[in-house]
Design a protein. Structure first.
Length: 439
């Protein structure tokens, strides 16, 4: 992970485990809904196939609305405090899911869970952009987003056992409370910016800020959020993530139900099978982020991974029900390929816009991803229920990934300026007070 002469190596073991655990808890409380539906929740609450699709998608509708305000607060105020309160609120919402007796309350809870969690991803990306340089950012983002497949991996297994031993209500309660407890560890252990870290020396703070400013030396600061958010590059990245997310969340939310129906296996066996794509996703995410940082190239790793996912969905559709295990193998490849370039992609976004509006740009991109997730979750559920087969949804997800590939090709990759400021320039500015550490 680290190279000789790495700046402030303590950042990796001080921050990365904490942000990993935090995002893991966020993803746990959004992804376990699929297990609730597959294990008796639908029968107990009278959830029909159409309302199941809407409930699965409502989370992402709530997630869509508060991305940019959350990123603005994280950038200008405190990502640390924002995530603290979100941890408590989403933990309570997730726990409340296990207590509902009327589907009307479930609609409200799913929407509010999306609202509360909407600020977490952009706030985390803003936080990491203050701590890690371009040469490190793919890996830093990847270790954050690894909370996604790692959580689904163990959640797919543990949730099956909890449901079998207790019921779906206890699954939500048991898996919701840890976020509330973790909030108090988060607020104690994290600092929003390097200048607040007592475990960094002044020399390390200066060296880190020098590197962060260097990568922005060829990008003109944006006058305001509007100028950044309306740029063709940001719009293309937002649309790219919209179509990518259709594939990802259609896959995540409905994989347990698809496997259970196709294999005729119980919830525990379906849980084990559902975990397999995420094992490979973890490996590919780490490898791709390493090579992307080493080569300082982003686009090729993004589009090639998504193209692999699209082809795999199409092959799974062609194979169909004639060979479950071969079709399942294609799904494993599709899932792993869709996850693989996440960390690289958000490093690409951060490096494509001025630092003073990077948080808002990442929030816009992520909010379009939430909208795509809404479309994917609803459309895949609808196609599965209306056709009685996952085949149509495979084509839909594969086509969405192909559009995402094309949009990735259209975005120009940024390069570092050959004439950055020298360390002495930054030392002078800090010593004279002309540039604050959190500039």
């Amino acid at each position: 992970m680290l190279t000789k002469g790495s700046i402030a190596p303590a950042r990796w073991w001080r921050l990365i485990p904490i942000v990993f655990i935090t995002y893991s808890l966020a993803y746990l409380d959004r992804a376990n809904y699929s297990f609730g539906v597959a294990s008796g929740m639908a029968d107990d609450l009278g959830i029909t196939s159409s309302s199941a699709s809407l409930l699965g998608a409502l989370f992402f509708l709530g997630y869509f609305f508060f991305q940019i305000p959350g990123a603005h607060y994280a950038e200008k105020k405190s990502a640390k405090n924002l995530i603290f309160w979100c941890l408590i609120l989403w933990g309570l919402c997730a726990t409340a899911t296990g207590l509902v007796t009327d589907i009307k309350w479930l609609y409200a809870i799913r929407f509010m869970l999306g609202v509360v969690e909407s600020v977490v991803m952009p706030a985390m990306l803003v936080l990491l952009s203050h701590w890690f340089t371009k040469k490190e950012r793919s890996r830093a983002n990847t270790f954050l987003i690894l909370g996604n497949p790692v959580t689904v991996l163990w959640m797919s297994i543990i949730s099956g056992y909890i449901v079998k031993a207790l019921d779906w209500r206890w699954m939500f309660i048991i898996e919701g409370l840890p976020a509330v407890i973790w909030a108090f560890f988060w607020i104690k252990l994290v600092q929003s910016r390097p200048k607040d870290a007592k475990w960094l020396s002044e020399q390390e703070k200066i060296a880190l800020e020098e590197e962060l400013q260097k990568e922005q030396s060829n990008i003109k600061p944006a006058k305001n959020y509007r100028s950044a958010l309306t740029s063709p590059k940001v719009i293309a990245l937002a649309l790219q993530y919209f179509f990518w997310s259709i594939g990802v969340y259609g896959f995540v939310l409905w994989l347990p139900s698809i496997i259970k129906a196709a294999s005729n296996k119980g919830i525990v066996a379906s849980g084990w099978l559902s975990s397999v794509p995420y094992i490979f996703a973890i490996l590919f995410m780490i490898l791709i982020s390493y090579f992307a940082d080493r080569s300082q190239r982003r686009k090729i790793f993004i589009w090639s991974s998504l193209l692999t996912g699209a082809i795999s969905f199409c092959l799974s559709f062609i194979i169909g029900s004639s060979n479950f295990w071969l079709s399942f193998t294609m799904l494993v490849i599709a899932g792993a390929a869709m996850y693989a370039p996440y960390g690289v992609f958000f490093a690409f976004v951060a490096e494509s816009v001025p630092r003073n509006v990077a948080g808002a740009a990442m929030a816009l991109v992520n909010s379009m991803g939430a909208l795509g997730s809404f479309v994917g979750a609803y459309a895949v559920g609808y196609l599965n229920s209306s056709t009685g087969s996952p085949s149509a949804s495979y084509v839909f997800m594969g086509a969405s990934l192909l559009i995402s590939v094309v949009l990735t090709w259209l975005v120009k990759e940024s390069r570092l300026s050959p004439n950055p400021k020298r360390k002495e320039d930054y030392k002078h500015e800090y010593s004279t007070g002309t540039r604050p550490l959190n500039d």
